[in-house]
Design a binder for this molecule. Structure first.
Ligand SMILES: *Cc1c(COP(=O)(O)O)cnc(C)c1O
Length: 424
């Protein structure tokens, strides 16, 4: 099929995510992808500067990951995970637990970031329920994003899209993102909230709030918040769906914060963008609250594709890549280059705020703009024509390149960004 046939059939049959079809531009037809590049049907290549929504951290069609997928597909592609188990899941569990914060002890499988959050929230509610406490509310950060299913949507603070569902959401109280300046006030606010409601959990994106346009939070201040919740018996849930697997410079963002979470949500780069898979990990203490001679105290949650062997095999191979010297060197290279470029950007008159953490670099243009408005689309188009795929969020332009990005490719990204700023 050529591109125009694809677009015609697409328009006839398909409803795309996050899209207002009345006003949206037609989608771009992608023919294939290799390494750090996407290719259109004319064979023109585009650098994938956001790793296809933070998933393809090892590049597209990575040969190690593809062989893991091919090998596994010869033996066992799917089997029921309730009452059965298999080697790929067990292998993966050992690998993940060896790099997760040491307090994590059990893994629960699902298929996407939203379900990993849904599972975390339900785990926390039932943890208290099983201990005879009715705790039915959640605390979350302003501007947090946790997914689009009901529980995850309730916890998300980007409420512009939640209008039709507002009365159906679970009870969530929101607190400001803590900073060196407001931390005492935020702690006071928590004291007041804890008197008013019984909270089951606190959910947060450690170090970087992705959908809030890569807003960053301070590890030492976050630590104060987490200890405060620990004192109140409120379980802490780190949503590392975006930050997990090396993006902040460490394996997990939680590695950089002293107090470790009770529960961690993982997805996106878990399989390097090859299979949809997610994991919710928890401490032994959380797990043990579900052990009982009473069957109903178990966690009766499951998805058909839980623990899918293909996903497990690829995720296991992805962790081998993540801990390899080659990938760790790649992360350091990007981190160091971003730090230097951030300094250059700071001096630019059109740039309002520059932030950087690991392979994530973001800056705001010094003007107001709608999140997905026309002006934003023009910026998208400008970079697309230059051979770069990035997705500005309103006035924020950000990069989350694959760990396989070379120094030359980084230079190309940076120079193109400077050229864009000069063109304004
Ligand atoms: C993407 C994302 C989610 C949702 O994951 P899906 O796989 O899109 O459901 C949840 N939390 C964070 C922090 C995310 O970045």
């Amino acid at each position: 099929m050529n591109a125009s046939e694809i677009l015609k059939k697409d328009a006839a049959n398909i409803w795309h995510p996050l899209t207002q079809h009345k006003t949206a531009m037609p989608p771009l037809a992608i023919s294939h992808a290799q390494g750090n590049y996407l290719f259109d049907h004319e064979g023109i290549k585009y650098f994938d500067a956001i790793s296809s929504w933070y998933t393809c951290s090892y590049g597209h069609c990575n040969s190690t990951l593809i062989s893991a997928l091919q090998n596994q597909s010869q033996h066992l592609h799917h089997v029921v995970f309730a009452g059965m188990t298999h080697e790929p899941a067990v292998n993966l569990s050992e690998k993940i637990l060896s790099i997760l914060p040491a307090n994590q002890s059990k893994l629960f499988f699902s298929e996407n970031g939203s379900t990993s959050v849904e599972i975390a929230l339900k785990m926390a509610f039932q943890y208290h329920f099983n201990r005879g406490e009715k705790r039915l509310a959640v605390i979350a950060l302003d501007g947090g994003f946790h997914g689009d299913t009901f529980g995850a949507m309730s916890a998300s603070g980007l409420s512009v899209y939640n209008g039709p569902f507002e009365d159906l959401l679970i009870k969530v109280e929101r607190i400001p993102v803590p900073t060196q300046h407001n931390i005492d006030e935020v702690l006071l606010q928590i004291d007041r909230l804890v008197e008013k409601y019984q909270f089951a959990s606190f959910i947060y994106e450690p170090l970087v709030q992705g959908a809030a346009a890569m807003q960053m939070n301070d590890a030492s201040v976050m630590d104060k918040l987490l200890s405060r919740f620990r004192e109140s018996g409120i379980l802490t849930i780190a949503d590392e769906v975006m930050t997990g697997f090396g993006k902040t410079g460490t394996y997990f963002a939680s590695d950089q914060i002293l107090t470790k979470p009770d529960i961690i949500c993982l997805s996106k780069a878990l399989t390097g963008g090859i299979m949809p898979m997610a994991i919710t990990s928890c401490t032994q203490e959380v797990y043990e609250a579900f052990l009982s001679d009473d069957t109903s105290r178990g966690f009766f949650h499951g998805h058909t594709y839980s623990g899918n062997p293909l996903g497990c095999a690829v995720a296991g191979a992805a962790i081998d890549l993540l801990i390899s010297d080659e990938i760790q060197d790649g992360i350091k290279l990007i981190n160091n280059a971003h730090a230097l470029f951030a300094k250059r950007l700071q001096e630019h008159s059109l740039v309002a705020a520059v932030r950087h953490c690991g392979v994530i670099l973001a800056f705001d243009l010094d003007l107001e703009m709608q999140r997905y408005g026309n002006e934003r689309n023009e910026i998208f188009q400008w970079f697309w024509k230059k051979g770069i795929f990035l997705r500005p969020l309103g006035k924020t332009i950000y990069l989350v390149p694959p760990f396989t990005t070379t120094a030359q490719e980084l230079e190309f990204l940076y120079e193109t960004i400077l050229e864009f700023l000069e063109s304004r």
